[in-house]
Design a protein around this ligand. Structure first.
Ligand SMILES: Nc1nc2c(ncn2[C@@H]2O[C@H](COP(=O)(O)OP(=O)(O)OP(=O)(O)O)[C@@H](O)[C@H]2O)c(=O)[nH]1
Ligand SMILES: [K+]
Ligand SMILES: [Mg+2]
Length: 443
């Protein structure tokens, strides 16, 4: 794979579609337009053109074409866009012609964005924001991803890195004067006070970022309970879809089933599990093991006991640090309301109001867990690891009081490097394949 090739790909979605957008990036982009559309349009103006096979002259389609010369384009290279009719045969014919042109080859997944990164159009945090924006399923996710893609998080990390570099420069300047006995210590005191302030700021940022990661990945709500408690029925009702199989047979669900919900703009992953019981067969036992595993990562557990199950009460709720909401399911089957424990919520598939009530309560819970407002927060484990390492180096520098200043300055250099690695300014080659592999072809 040559990174200087001109690359092309279908950048729009599944075919057939009304319109298909084919994107070409690289030095040969202008030749593509001249050969296939017969002319190079005015830059950044859409023009209507007849596309033809450059070899045979055979007409292929009528299309809107765009000429977006670098370096001000998305990739920083010359870009041509062909907005053709979205028929499978149309797109196949155009892609065939592109493939037959020398110096052109199909793009790898994420390769357009990779070039944008290489050409300094985006830093790594912005690239990740872009991936999140494409993956965003809810309104709150979209807002958070857009802020990140627009550079708000990069700006914060860039500012912190500059502050650290400044602190190091000041300390190193002090080193140069170290021989002179009566240099007042006040400048270095100020520098260390700033470093301490920054370490505190990073710590608070880390604390709040847990919520941002929840928003990115979705709040995990796990349904548990004995077999036949009505877990799969509840999953279907909450998601208003027929996702999980429901039968009167105990042990119907054997595997973990996930549904993604949008609750008031916030993403929720609802997880249905195998009913927990001791005398399960092999497959079911494996399902129960997986259920217990999922509960470890849960943000909330909904524990169901059926109103007509005398054993329901004995069942011990699984090991979890998450809050547990106790639901008494099938309440239409339980005769007397006094059986309801004070901390139980009563639900029934026969009464849609109970499901609506539960949905509202869930939406409230989820809204509490995810960040509010326009906070700019770390959204990934990668950011968190980098920030922790940076903060650790800052603390080392601060605690080194009495140690040679050279060593403390070296810790500051490390701290700045950790920060630089988050945005991709420093030594990230090993990360690139993972990050760009997240994208689809055509982005
Ligand atoms: N009367 C009544 N029946 C219900 C209610 N909810 C579920 N059921 C019935 O209870 C049976 C079991 O429901 P499921 O949703 O499969 O229960 P489950 O907890 O997923 O069961 P397993 O996957 O086997 O652990 C089915 O026959 C459902 O139709 C309810 O609110 N009222
Ligand atoms: K069942
Ligand atoms: Mg089930």
């Amino acid at each position: 794979m040559n990174s200087d090739d001109t690359i092309y790909a279908l950048s729009s979605g599944k075919l057939p579609a009304g319109i298909a957008v084919i994107r070409i990036s690289g030095v040969r982009a202008s030749d593509v337009l001249k050969c296939m559309a017969g002319h190079l349009p005015v830059e950044r103006h859409a023009s209507f053109s007849r596309l033809a096979d450059p070899k045979t002259g055979e007409p292929l389609d009528h299309a809107l074409v765009l000429w977006l010369p670098g370096p001000g384009s998305f990739t920083g290279e010359d870009i041509a866009e062909l907005h053709c009719h979205g028929g499978r045969a149309v797109v196949a014919a155009v892609l065939d012609c592109l493939g037959a042109m020398p110096g052109l080859r199909p793009a790898e997944p994420g390769e357009f964005t990779r070039r944008a990164y290489r050409n300094g159009r985006l830093d790594l945090v912005e690239v990740e924001g872009l991936a999140d924006l494409i993956g965003a399923e809810t309104e709150a996710q979209r807002r958070q991803a857009l802020r990140q893609a627009d550079g708000a998080l990069s700006e914060l990390y860039g500012r912190w890195r500059k502050d650290i570099i400044w602190a190091r420069a000041m300390i190193e300047a002090e080193l140069d004067f170290a021989d002179e006995e009566d240099v007042p210590g006040s400048i270095s005191d100020q520098v260390w006070a700033k470093v301490a302030g920054l370490a505190g700021e990073i710590e608070r940022h880390l604390e709040r970022s847990v919520a941002a990661e929840r928003l990115r990945d979705g709040v995990q709500v796990v349904l548990m309970g004995r077999p036949n408690a009505g877990k799969s029925s509840l999953l279907n009702a909450l998601s208003r879809r027929d996702v999980a199989i429901v039968t009167e047979e105990a042990g119907t669900t054997r595997d973990v089933i996930e549904v993604h919900l949008d609750l008031g703009g916030y993403p929720v992953t609802l997880v249905d599990t195998a009913g927990i019981r001791e005398d399960a067969g092999r497959v079911e036992a494996e399902g129960i093991r997986r259920a217990r595993q999922r509960v470890e990562a849960a943000d909330l557990v909904l524990w169901l006991r059926a109103a007509d199950d005398p054993k329901g009460r004995e069942q011990i709720v699984a090991d979890t640090g998450a809050p547990v909401w106790k639901l008494r399911s099938k309440s239409d089957l339980g005769a007397d309301a006094d059986q309801l424990d004070a901390d139980e919520i009563s639900i029934s598939m026969q009464d849609p109001r109970t499901i609506d009530g539960l949905l509202i309560a869930l939406a409230g819970f989820v809204a509490e867990m995810v960040p509010t407002g326009e906070d700019v927060l770390a959204t990934r484990d990668r950011h968190r690891q980098g920030l922790k390492a940076c903060r650790h180096a800052l603390l080392q520098a601060l605690e080194g009081e009495g140690a040679p200043l050279e060593m403390r300055a070296e810790e500051l250099r490390r701290a700045a490097d950790h920060m630089g690695r988050i945005t991709g300014l420093i030594g990230v080659e090993d990360l690139l394949d993972v990050i760009f592999g997240e994208f689809c072809i055509g982005k």
